[in-house]
Write a protein that binds this ligand. Structure first.
Ligand code: PEP
Ligand code: MG
Length: 538
């Protein structure tokens, strides 16, 4: 590895550009992720029992490593992802497959390779989300083979000094387990709503994805990363590095001091709310929770969570957060819930997902609404409830009827499908508020898979077609005198915030790390200026 801090042979003042997905700036030496282990030539197996024992030991060591990193992650998405991966590595079927491969004549590393490859192919054949999880199995395979060969675990380096992690892409396990020595991350692939982006934002780590050319840099090259603009500067002088770190420190200190409700410069209120997946994501400084992604609580569950378990999970959040907008389970496509047992579909993003699950399993929504109502009663919280993937006014009406029958008085619909935005006025005749999920609204408006790094330009929330749909919802909200918020990732973009407010949006819900800069930016613009910016943008 090159000497950290010594610029590699790249022209000074070169600039690479990617997508800024987690704000903040950092500078430091690049370290690229260690390559996966190379399998040696197969060995003649003299002692199958010893090979089997080596297989078991490798799987146990990978499982233990993931569990330990899960415990160190301290809760939240990161811990959940690491625990889920540990469960896969600990799967008895996987171990039995590898032991069968040993009995078939393979040595331990090749038996592990064969077992993981077989499981990967099975998942890939199922399509949809499960096919996407197949990449996790590659990551686990590399770890298991490395453990078996006595090689250092591939994945996150530990150089003993702060560095910028560069990778082609980062698996959920790698991103979730990043140590505090990683000061920023840059990947060649990935999209704005990828795991990398969501986890980096959760940690407040500057991050740039879809940055072409980044993996060509040598280890030790000093770069700067701007997680807001997506710019990556290469070949910096020591003075430039020191200046950037100083100004980032100042900026963070300034933002950390920001508090109070969201307001434009002339006092127009805009609620600043949190997006959470569990109570572990709650932070002070916001005005409540604008999106509680309840499906995150149950992603790896094989059994439906009971009414009592759901009441406890919701009450934990309600007791600490006051006002909470609970989204009912958004299962399907990139977030399947195994306990629902839904069959694979040829085109899952356009299939049974979100509220549509209710068409085939109505009891699931009934139990969840019962549990939300009970948790609200028990805690006295101001609980709002909304459904994901609402497409027609009839769907909104049906959901509202069932929620109100349980005493839930603030009932809303997410706007994630263009059809819903186009009939926002009719949706608002049925419900009390709308919350715009720009991640999916972009995906469905632009016919662009939200996980696709090559389509990031279409998924850019500044696209005028998306802004026009947001404006249509806000206009309908104004006419009906009902709130219309944004809870997709776009709400956490401080540059976009004045535009969204100018379009008429009444609340913005985002990862906790985004709140101070959005609050700060809003306070710089009067409502009239926001409206002017919105008129220019749409
Ligand atoms: C969205 O689609 O914008 C949204 C907030 O929901 P999710 O990202 O969970 O699909
Ligand atoms: Mg969505």
């Amino acid at each position: 590895m090159a000497d950290p801090g010594r610029p590699a042979e790249v022209p000074p003042d070169t600039e690479l550009a990617g997508l800024g997905v987690s704000q903040g700036r950092a500078a430091g030496p690049v370290i690229r992720m260690a390559p996966p282990p190379v399998l040696p030539s197969p060995r003649q197996v003299a002692d199958p029992a010893a090979e089997s024992a080596a297989v078991v030991k490798a799987l146990e060591s990978v499982t233990a490593d993931l569990r330990q990193r899960g415990a160190l992650a301290g809760g939240g998405d990161a811990a959940e992802i690491l625990d889920a991966l540990a469960m896969i590595a600990d799967d008895p079927m996987l171990r039995e497959d590898a032991e069968a491969a040993v009995r078939g004549g393979l040595d331990a590393p090749h038996a592990l390779d064969a077992a993981f490859t077989h499981h990967r192919e099975t998942l890939a054949a199922l399509g949809g989300y499960l096919a996407e999880r197949a990449a996790d199995l590659d990551d686990l395979k590399h770890r298991a083979v490395a453990a078996c060969l006595g090689l250092p675990m591939p994945g996150i380096p530990a150089p003993g000094h702060p560095y910028i992690l560069v990778a082609e892409d980062l698996s959920p396990a790698d991103t979730a387990g990043l140590g505090t020595d990683v000061v920023a991350l840059v990947t060649e692939k990935g999209g704005p709503t990828s795991h990398t982006a969501i986890l980096a934002r959760g940690r407040g780590l500057p991050a740039v994805v879809a940055c072409a050319g980044i993996t060509a840099l040598a280890d030790g090259t000093v770069i700067s990363v701007d997680g807001k603009t997506g710019q990556v500067g290469v070949g910096l002088t020591d003075e430039a590095v020191a200046e950037l770190r100083r100004s980032d420190r100042e900026e963070r200190a300034r933002l950390a001091n920001s508090s109070g409700p969201g307001r434009t410069a002339d006092g127009h209120p805009v609620k600043l709310l949190l997006n959470i997946g569990s109570a572990a994501d709650l932070r002070p400084g916001a005005e409540g929770v604008g999106l509680f992604r309840t499906e995150f609580l149950f992603l790896d569950r094989k059994q439906e969570p009971s009414f009592e378990e759901q009441v406890a999970a919701y009450a934990e959040v309600f007791a600490r957060a006051g006002t909470v907008v609970v989204r009912t389970l958004d299962a399907g496509t990139d977030k399947p819930l195994p306990f629902l047992g839904l069959p694979p579909e040829p085109n899952p993003a356009l299939g049974i997902r979100g509220l549509r699950v209710d068409r085939v399993l109505p009891a699931v929504l009934d139990t969840q609404l019962d549990a939300i109502a009970e948790a609200a009663r028990a805690t006295g919280a101001d609980a709002w409830v909304m459904a994901p993937m609402v497409t027609t006014p009839a769907e909104a009406a049906g959901f509202a009827r069932r929620a109100r029958a349980r005493g839930l008085t603030r009932v809303g619909a997410m706007v994630e499908v263009p059809a819903a935005a186009l009939l926002a006025d009719r949706l608002l005749a049925e419900v009390d508020f709308l919350s715009i999920g720009t991640n999916d609204l972009s995906q469905y408006t632009f016919a662009a898979d939200r996980q696709h790094p090559g389509l990031a330009d279409l998924l850019d929330p500044w696209q005028p077609a998306l802004l026009k749909l947001i404006a249509a919802c806000a206009d309908a909200g104004r006419a009906a005198g009902k709130p219309v918020g944004v809870c997709g990732e776009a709400a956490g973009d401080p540059r976009l915030a004045p535009v969204l407010v100018g379009l008429g949006v009444t609340s913005l819900s985002m990862a906790a790390v985004c709140v101070p800069s959005v609050r700060e930016e809003l306070s710089q613009h009067s409502l009239e200026e926001c409206r002017e910016l919105a008129a220019l943008a749409r």
